[in-house]
Ligand binder design. Structure first.
Ligand SMILES: *Cc1c(COP(=O)(O)O)cnc(C)c1O
Length: 486
């Protein structure tokens, strides 16, 4: 494939994208507008291209990167589902998109009402009592949740220092624990990939502030002893935090609050369909049980009746709040998309999302299990983790399989994570893929398994069909090493 020229290479002197009509008034000399001392000695170097050249250039570039509007994007733990375009259209309505965050409350009742209602819907979905929409990323929701745990213990007159995290946890968990001033204590998974309750109990003491858990865990397995787990932590005086970044498998089926979780964060940009990847924008709402509501970030949006009408306003939470975690109300457009998504699906639709996500993952796993190792077999939830151990023995590692997939126009799964699976390929198809799409993806992975046996070099030198080929990773690693030492 030819590599696209850059916009300056496309430039031709004198070519224009837009030709405005001549001004109807005499032109003023430049010196009269900008004093000569402030003028550039050299004009800014701008590309000179026509409008169709410009449009085609950026349209071509937009197809170079993989995105979910192009094909399946089975990036485990990231929930790269298709995002209905109606959500974008609603978030772009001028009444939402052009709102100024300093607008007096009486002039933005619709936006405040939407945020209030969204927080009520999320509370209902997760089985918690209060939700703050302020955090703008999953990791920031984690941070807020952990600060709430800290505030809770301090309020009870005792600083507790440790947070227990299973060894299969998402990388942001130990990072957030450290940032919030705790020490993370890893808890080993059992042979079945689930939390080993005995191992957990042996770690519990009066210095444990809480347990931070992902359920379904990063292996895509549901913690079947979840009620025993949450009860054990509560007996030791700790709180239980759910990393709810991936609620896809739970929507309408089970509720974290009913399992005994005290705090949960949501990734609005994953479960609730905001296009993401590449770093944002996101929504990391955090929800808590009633006893912890006083610690939530503030202000919160409350609804009251004023002469028979609903009136929404921001209210400071009070002296125990962990305070603000973001400017204004957070990422409002992401909230509009989440609200549109939830309201357009309704309760039945949300349940169907979870059922289809689970069905798709299990179907895909069943098609692949003869061709790749599945170290933790059995029914999975919204994702599953294969191991390319068998292929490694043939000289092909998980990363090479990911790169070879790009040749077929599909995205690679998450590789080398979670750490407890060697040569991990973590696959989350999501509910928005059809059976044909799942079969297409399975056929490709099966073909690559075959290639690993018969022609490992083909896989190891992939990708072959992408605009840019493989980086010289050994050199890149060395350069990085050098630049880090400097
Ligand atoms: C994505 C993810 C996070 C972090 O969310 P960000 O919005 O990327 O900060 C945390 N935990 C799990 C399990 C995730 O999948």
């Amino acid at each position: 494939m030819d590599v696209e020229m850059n916009i300056f290479e496309l430039s031709r002197p004198g070519r224009e994208g837009l030709s405005p009509p001549p001004a109807g008034v005499p032109e003023k000399p430049l010196d009269e507008i900008i004093p000569p001392a402030y003028q550039r000695s050299q004009l800014a170097l701008l590309p000179e291209v026509s409008e169709p050249q410009l449009v085609r250039h950026y349209t071509r570039l937009s197809t170079y990167n993989h995105h979910v509007d192009k094909a399946i994007y089975p990036l485990g733990s990231c929930t790269m589902k298709y995002n209905p375009k109606i959500n974008d259209a609603l978030a772009a309505l001028p009444g939402f998109a052009f709102l100024h965050p300093e607008l007096p409350e009486k002039h933005c009742q619709g936006a405040l009402g939407l945020m209030h209602e969204l927080s009520r819907l999320l509370a209902e979905i997760a089985g918690v009592d209060e939700v703050s929409l302020q955090p703008v990323a999953g990791a920031q929701g984690e941070m807020a949740g952990l600060l709430i745990i800290r505030a809770y213990h301090l309020e009870r007159g005792r600083r507790r220092r440790k947070i227990i995290i299973p060894d299969s946890s998402h990388g942001t968990n130990p990072a957030s624990v450290t940032l919030a001033g705790f020490e993370s204590v890893p808890c080993k998974s059992g042979a079945d990939g689930l939390v080993d309750v005995k191992a957990l109990e042996s770690l519990l003491d009066d210095d444990v502030a809480g347990l931070m858990l992902t359920n379904p865990n990063t292996l895509g397995l549901f913690e079947k002893d979840i009620q025993k787990i949450t009860a054990a932590v509560h007996r030791a005086g700790g709180l239980v935090y759910l990393d709810g970044a991936n609620l896809n498998a739970m929507l309408g089926l089970v509720r974290p609050g009913d399992m005994g979780f005290d705090i949960v964060h949501f990734n609005l940009h994953k479960t609730f369909s905001t296009p993401h990847g590449g770093g944002g924008p996101g929504g990391g709402a955090v929800g808590v049980k009633a006893a912890l509501a006083e610690f939530l970030p503030g202000p919160r949006i409350v609804c009251e009746k004023q002469s028979g009408e609903e009136y929404y306003r921001r209210e400071d939470i009070g002296p125990h709040s962990i305070g603000r975690v973001h400017t204004f109300d957070g990422n409002f457009a992401v909230m509009v998309q989440a609200y549109a998504y939830i309201r357009s699906l309704g309760a039945e639709g949300l349940r169907q999302v979870a059922q289809d996500a689970i069905l798709n993952a299990n179907y895909l796993a069943s098609r692949l299990v003869d061709h790749y190792d599945l170290p933790y077999p059995g029914p999975c939830q919204h994702e599953f983790v294969l191991s390319a151990n068998r292929q490694k023995k043939q000289g092909v590692r998980a990363g090479a399989i990911g790169k070879r997939l790009l040749d077929f126009g599909v995205h690679a799964p998450t590789v080398y994570f979670p750490l407890i699976v060697p040569e991990a390929l973590m696959i989350e198809p999501t509910e928005t893929e059809s059976k044909e799409s799942l079969d297409h993806f399975a056929d490709i992975l099966i073909q690559i398994a075959e290639e690993a046996k018969t022609n490992p070099d083909l896989v190891n030198s992939a990708p072959h069909n992408t605009p840019l080929a493989r980086l010289n990773e050994a050199k890149a690693a060395k350069d990085l090493d050098l630049c880090c030492k400097e």
